[in-house]
Design a protein around this ligand. Sequence first.
Ligand SMILES: *[C@@H]1O[C@H](CO)[C@@H](O)[C@H](O)[C@H]1NC(C)=O
Ligand SMILES: *[C@@H]1O[C@H](CO)[C@@H](O)[C@H](O)[C@H]1NC(C)=O
Ligand SMILES: *[C@@H]1O[C@H](CO)[C@@H](O)[C@H](O)[C@H]1NC(C)=O
Ligand SMILES: *[C@@H]1O[C@H](CO)[C@@H](O)[C@H](O)[C@H]1NC(C)=O
Length: 227
Amino acid sequence: MASQSFILRFCLICLSILFTRCSASNSTQINTFTCSSKTPSSCKALLYQHNGFQKDEIASLYSVDISEIKQISYPNRQDNLVTVDCSCKNVGGTVGYFYDTVYRLKPNDTFYNVSNQLFSGQVWQVAAEDTNLTAGLDLKIHLLCGCVEKDSQVMVTYTVQAHDTVSSIANLLSAQVDEIENLNPYLAQNPSYIDIGWLLYVPMEKDGIPPPKKGDKDLTEYQNFQY
Ligand SMILES: *[C@@H]1O[C@H](CO)[C@@H](O)[C@H](O)[C@H]1NC(C)=O
Ligand SMILES: *[C@@H]1O[C@H](CO)[C@@H](O)[C@H](O)[C@H]1NC(C)=O
Ligand SMILES: *[C@@H]1O[C@H](CO)[C@@H](O)[C@H](O)[C@H]1NC(C)=O
Ligand SMILES: *[C@@H]1O[C@H](CO)[C@@H](O)[C@H](O)[C@H]1NC(C)=O
């Protein structure tokens, strides 16, 4: 009897591992950041832009002033952090933090390529609004953002790119690994597993955090990025 129940348990564990692995690797994790009584109803938030645009192109896409865009330089490319006015609102029945802008549709645009190729995969899809993608129409763009409780932090919306790890993202954006894990529920099951395209909320310390003792050479440039 004892060995039978052991085998049964073992199989259940195997199945659950298999299931979480399959579902994790097959789905893109894009969630809103939930407003709570502890978080402000609006704030300045940062959106991490990785589509390789110039500042003036980003200013026009995001409807922000050029002064709201800060460059992050890598040896072989340049990304940007865009400061936006983030607020708690109801978008198509979902209450969360959003920053809205508008995009004039071009021929053959799809929701996914507009989101991924122009807005770093950070657009919230609202079924009722995104059905008519006729060129020339204006598509409402609801960008996902977040507000933090602490004044010492600012929330960054970050989309996972190739070769990222939670700790490399924490390093890049001056955040604590455990805080990133706590704010992003889908990291709870398996904190070391992230996939390209996942959207993460990263609480950046405005004044930076002490750099790790042995810095990765590539990371030294933007370690302690200051808001
Ligand atoms: C996995 O993704 C594919 C393609 O997006 C989809 O057709 C399929 O239904 C998904 N499977 C599960 C189990 O979610
Ligand atoms: C849009 O798609 C159609 C049909 O696939 C193609 O003929 C046309 O050239 C495309 N237009 C643009 C601007 O890509
Ligand atoms: C989306 O893809 C279509 C077809 O490849 C292309 O014509 C269009 O310009 C793309 N839009 C964006 C925003 O990249
Ligand atoms: C999309 O909008 C255009 C312009 O308003 C309209 O002519 C067209 O019929 C609409 N298509 C659908 C599928 O609703």
